[in-house]
Write a protein of this length. Sequence first.
Length: 304
Amino acid sequence: MSIKKLDQLLKVNYERKVKLAVVASQDEEVLQAIVEANELGIAEPILIGNKEETRAIAREKGLKIDDYEIIDEKDLVKSAEIGVKLVSEGKADFIMKGLVDTSILLKAVLNKEWGLRTNSLLSHVMIYEVPSYDKLLYLTDGGMNLYPNLDDKVKIIENSIKVVKALGNERVNVACLAAKEKVNPKMEATVDAMELKKMYEEGYFEEGVIVDGPMALDLAISKKSAEIKGYESQIAGEADVLLVPTIEMGNGIGKSITYFANGKSAGIIMGAKAPIVLVSRADSHESKLYSIALGSIISNHLYK
Ligand code: COD
């Protein structure tokens, strides 16, 4: 099944109910999303955090968590370590951030002794459903890597391809974004995009993937704009992946989709030994649930 809308993530026939380690579970919105995900057969939680507070929130909100395993740990750094170790020891399939700073969780994930590093780069992929675009958009990396170089961008693209393919798509159109479509040596984004396109033309990326650029955002998502500007590309107006050159561009596009265009979203960190669900406090409850479902699909597909 190919996922074209985010609510389809909730209707997938999950092969197995994967185990989700939740770091710092004392968060109302996170608990709500987890309970719902569990009821839908998407993931079975193991909670790590302040047991008393977690139970109190659940009682107050009428959430049934009596059957859940809860590891009592009030210290946030230690909670992150326990969560990461549960995954590295194979006792959990993926991990989610609760009421803890992103950097605390990511530093635990990156720990050289017991973390979840691989030879790849960890990178963030955010999926957006936008009313004015008839495909899902995979924005990367607006969440983790600050100023990726060319090698990093190759790995960021590879991580995003895994997500697009896990959602049942064989073709992946990757648009390497910049501020313009002509290469300007003073604009690193344009130079890197040209190199990435060259790598694609030389057959570097896997089958079904097209990488093109540099292009501005309008050319990636609007055929009309490409026609008016006489921009020729097999993927103009039909991008799946939007590769951004900096975290600021990614963050700006993502927030614009959410706040100006009423977009829905789901996000995940790829490139580690297991998917990492990193939701922001401001994300809607729906978005948190979609992100858990995305993590579960990826666990089912890529980390069986
Ligand atoms: N993938 C694999 N290894 C990495 C990565 C990565 N993406 N980033 C760093 N590492 C490794 C480095 O090779 C090094 O060995 C170690 O981790 C520490 O690297 P530093 O010193 O560059 O990184 P830190 O510890 O200062 O911070 C790493 C973070 C992931 C926390 C940092 O990249 C970060 O703060 N990213 C932005 C998160 C953020 O604020 N997002 C905003 C929107 S939510």
